[in-house]
Design a protein around this ligand. Structure first.
Ligand SMILES: [Cu+2]
Length: 147
């Protein structure tokens, strides 16, 4: 499975040659990135991939970072309009499965930036809380991910 993650990273970030992995037990988080924000933005978005190499499912319950509020959102389309929905009970990572947080889909919202925008190169420490595996410390790197 490892080479699939690497291939995904290289595909998504061909010019950077950079792909951070974080591991906790059976869980592997790849490529946590956040999108730069405008100066007045109140919220920023983050993305990553999590793979469960184990034989039992786990649930990503919440994400903690140094902001007034951090939420996991899904994007759903209603009559051609994208709306964000809070993933209430957490996100299940199936045994042997991969869950992707990516632009246009599931994402992390860092809320309450209050005039301190995300700038390219900035690092945002965060903790992923898994039901079974526990706490995993990761770092989101702010990158111009639209390229
Ligand atoms: Cu959102």
């Amino acid at each position: 499975m490892k080479h699939i993650i690497l291939t995904t990273c290289l595909f998504a970030f061909p010019t950077l040659g950079f792909c951070a992995d974080f591991t906790l037990g059976d869980m592997v988080v790849s490529n946590p990135v956040a999108r730069p924000t405008t100066a007045m933005a109140m919220a920023g978005a983050g993305y990553f991939t999590v793979e469960n190499g184990g034989s039992t499912p786990d649930t990503l319950l919440e994400i903690i970072a140094d902001f007034p509020r951090v939420m996991m959102h899904d994007t759903s389309m209603n009559d051609g309009v994208a709306t964000m929905v809070h993933t209430g009970e957490g996100v299940i990572v199936p045994a042997g499965g991969i869950v992707t947080f990516a632009p246009g889909g599931r994402h992390v919202m860092f809320m309450g930036l209050k005039g301190d925008p995300f700038e390219i190169g900035e690092e945002i420490p965060a903790k992923l809380i898994f039901k079974k595996s526990g706490e995993m410390e990761i770092i989101f790197v702010v990158q111009d991910i639209d390229k």
